[in-house]
Ligand binder design. Structure first.
Ligand code: SF4
Length: 97
């Protein structure tokens, strides 16, 4: 249904005939950690997330996975493989066959 509370005029799954069905009856504003994200929308009623109704909940278990301003850190494997040794190991394995 079309939202009649915060995002007036947009289609929302939480809007029902009796009003907004989301907890506390409306979307929540963004939190400080959201600042800089490309999914923030500025409305007359405040700043909200385009994707989530409750942005704070997206940060409870670490970074928000949809955030555009947070880069994932991929940790390198703890043990680096020596290419020379790996090559020798591979050739030994071929000889055994
Ligand atoms: S996508 Fe995540 S970081 Fe971006 S505004 Fe929404 S909740 Fe905040």
């Amino acid at each position: 249904m079309i939202c009649q509370t915060i995002r007036t005029g947009t289609d929302c799954v939480f809007m029902k005939n009796k009003g907004c069905d989301f907890k506390d009856g409306a979307c929540k504003t963004i939190i400080e950690k959201c600042e800089g994200c490309g999914r923030i929308i500025d409305l007359e009623t405040g700043r909200y997330c385009k994707v989530y109704m409750d942005p704070a909940s997206r940060w409870l278990m670490g970074n928000c996975v949809t955030a555009t301003h947070v880069k994932l850190e991929i940790k390198e494997a703890a043990q680096k493989i020596n290419p020379l040794k790996a090559s020798k190991r591979a050739s030994r394995a071929k000889k055994k066959k």
